[in-house]
Design a protein around this ligand. Sequence first.
Ligand code: ZN
Length: 139
Amino acid sequence: MHDEPIDPFNGDPADPTAGLDDPGDDATPDPLTDVERQDVLEDLADLEIYQALLAPIGVRGLVIECEDCREPHYFDWDLLRGNLRHLLNSGRPRVHEPAYDPDPDHYVTWDYARGYADGVHDTLTEGTEDEPGTPTATD
Ligand SMILES: [Zn+2]
């Protein structure tokens, strides 16, 4: 009887235990700090609000100034949510998957979305006649 356990990864280059101590291994990202996690979770919550408020008036997503290429990138709502969840799960951002051939008229900045949400909130809580500004998203 040969009952010795066989190492299923013996000689396998994909051995998951190989290179665990290799600091240069790209497959082992640094986990987010608690503060970073909280930031991402808050962004996700904000995103839900912004999409609920802005999508009905024609806004398709947000434009984000890329720190790497110093160009604006346009992200659809679903793409933004996917990127944030990816960041939450993997600890690293998913870069450069902006919307294809976006129409800049249909995208607003985080700051704009935040201001718009604040304006709607104030309107609801104060009962004023003031209308929050609407983006010029005309076709
Ligand atoms: Zn970029």
